[in-house]
Design a protein around this ligand. Structure first.
Ligand code: ME8
Length: 517
């Protein structure tokens, strides 16, 4: 069994989640579910980043006590992730005791390596990024990511981390492990950044009480990024001995705006504290509306609850992953363009292509074979299933999730064409003479949909389970092997069903959406 520890960025507890956050969590969830369907031992962790100046200020602005403020937000975010059926095994919060212990341990480890020293920081600080910014990084005097906010000038005594010392070891690591930063475009950015040299960074803040006390210097708190990055270790039980049950992480999933923290600062902290590095950091792109953030400003229709209500959880998950490449960005011209695309994909791909295939297949099995088909001979559709499944696995293992979905829908379209070519209704008219051909056609359609259910499971868990059930499977989601979409190396004979399959009919999986005028 492959051990697969998977994490996402932990979200700032300073506002509500939006579709961009959902894109990251759903994409990571697809990977978690895909690995489980392969039989891996998966540990999937998400959570909340609850310290820092921005959160303390927001709580104050709302006249709430800070801990009560983050408690309420953690509840709200976790509720949204439940609605989206994110299958995380743990939800880590940086105000938890287990996290404090891990942060103390890692800071002690960095100190023991002689990598921490006291100095004075004079410069800019973007509260929204929780990031120190150099003059030359500013655009029109503001943070490039937060042009609407004033940037703060800061002068304070800090503990510093000797990041500069890790430039060469990091460059070597990236050369020896090309998979460490993915996709390639992000790896190149990090290589360029390292080639330009690294400055030491602040590891503490003074005068900021909302944080974890800096070990050995109680008038300082741990700089929020050093604090937040450590969450990936805290969730494994670090520094307790058993933490290597999950550590090192196989995959950290983050957005492209925070690669420097995850691909430079985090591995340097781990090297300094003598902890093994994670295998891969995957930086996905951004979902945006007319180049800007998806927020209330972009239109209230983009409220996450409303988007989910529009066509249901599974359809929204489908749309997010299908529409935005996992290795790039997706900008919508406007909120209405986003909604129109959503409706169009829902009707064309889910209601028509997939929904109709399921209804047609079940209807024919009932009409011509009283609801149950023998396995029958293999047909060209079985060939197609095996070949689409091989491409699907290849895409999924390269984390190209939207491409994986395209393969599934390639098979769905192939099956619809197959029905039109074979014309089971004609075979039925021919009676005994065509009985074997009809069995083969219907059997291969049912096997095809069982394969579709397995491949779709990571993306649309409920609808996939429903298709599996209707196509003679049991309750719950199938594994890939059960549904005869074995990844390379597994035998297809072993997995293909050899008994009669009982097929159930049911209401439309995706009722057509007719907008009210
Ligand atoms: O950065 N499209 O938190 P965060 C896609 N707390 N992804 C987006 C997005 C968009 N429009 N907007 C945000 C933080 N994200 C830190 C992380 S990890 C130790 C600490 C992604 O709430 C963003 O890139 O600002 C990040 O990966 C995640 O959502 C949380 O963003």
């Amino acid at each position: 069994m492959t051990r697969f520890y998977l994490t996402t960025a932990i979200d700032y507890a300073n506002g509500e989640p939006h579709a961009g956050h959902a894109f990251e969590k759903v994409g990571a969830d697809v990977i978690a579910r895909y690995r489980r369907a392969l039989g891996d031992d998966v540990h999937f962790v998400i959570g909340m980043d609850e310290h820092g100046q921005g959160i303390a200020e927001e709580a104050e602005r709302r006249e709430t006590e800070t801990q009560a403020f983050v408690d309420e937000l953690a509840e709200l975010w976790a509720g949204v992730w439940r609605r989206l059926e994110i299958s995380n095994d743990d939800f880590i919060r940086t105000t938890e005791k287990r996290h404090h212990r891990a942060v103390e341990a890692i800071v002690e480890g960095m100190k023991a390596s002689g990598d921490l020293y006291v100095d004075r920081y004079t410069g800019y600080y973007c509260v929204r990024c929780e990031r120190f910014r150099k003059e030359e990084e500013l655009v029109d005097g503001r943070c490039p990511y937060h042009p609407k906010r004033e940037i703060t000038w800061t002068e304070e005594e800090n503990w510093f981390f000797r990041l500069s010392r890790y430039r060469d070891p990091l460059l070597r690591h990236l050369e020896e492990h090309p998979e460490f930063v993915q996709p390639k475009s992000r790896r190149n950015e990090i290589l360029r950044l390292l080639e330009g040299g690294l400055d030491d960074i602040s590891a503490s803040r003074s005068r900021l009480p909302w944080g974890i006390p800096f070990p050995g210097a109680d008038d300082h708190t741990v700089y929020v990024w050093i604090d937040a990055l450590t969450n990936y270790l805290s969730a494994t039980g670090y520094p307790d001995e058993g933490y290597t049950r999950w550590w090192p992480a196989m995959l950290h999933i983050i957005g492209k705006d925070i690669t420097r923290f995850h691909c430079v600062i985090w591995p340097a902290m781990l090297m300094s504290a003598g902890v093994e590095l994670p295998r891969t950091v995957w930086a996905h792109g951004f979902v945006s509306v007319s180049g800007g953030k998806i927020s209330k400003d972009a239109g209230s229709e983009l409220d996450l609850d409303e988007l989910i209500d529009r066509h249901g959880t599974d359809a929204f998950r489908y749309f997010l992953v299908r529409e935005a490449p996992w290795d790039g960005d997706r900008d919508f011209a406007s909120a209405s363009e986003l909604l129109a695309r959503f409706d169009q994909r829902y009707n064309a791909e889910l209601a028509n292509d997939l929904g109709n295939l399921v209804s047609r297949t079940a209807a024919m099995v009932h009409k011509y074979r009283q609801g149950s088909v023998p396995p029958g001979a293999e047909t060209p559709l079985d060939e197609a299933r095996i070949s689409f499944a091989a491409s699907y696995h290849e895409r999924m293992q390269g984390h190209l999730l939207n491409e994986g979905l395209k393969e599934i829908f390639g098979l769905v379209r192939r099956a619809n064409v197959y029905i039109d070519e074979v014309q089971p209704w004609q075979l039925a008219k021919e009676g005994e003479a065509a009985a074997e051909r009809l069995d083969a056609a219907l059997g291969s359609l049912v096997r095809c949909l069982r394969g579709v259910a397995a491949m779709l499971g990571p993306f649309m868990p409920d609808k996939a389970a429903e298709i599996w059930l209707r196509m003679g499977g049991g309750e719950g989601l199938p594994s890939h092997a059960e549904a005869a979409v074995p990844p390379e190396g597994a035998s297809r004979e072993e997995a293909a069903p050899t008994t009669r399959l009982e097929v159930r009919k049911g209401p439309p999986l995706f009722p057509r959406y007719e907008p009210e005028e």
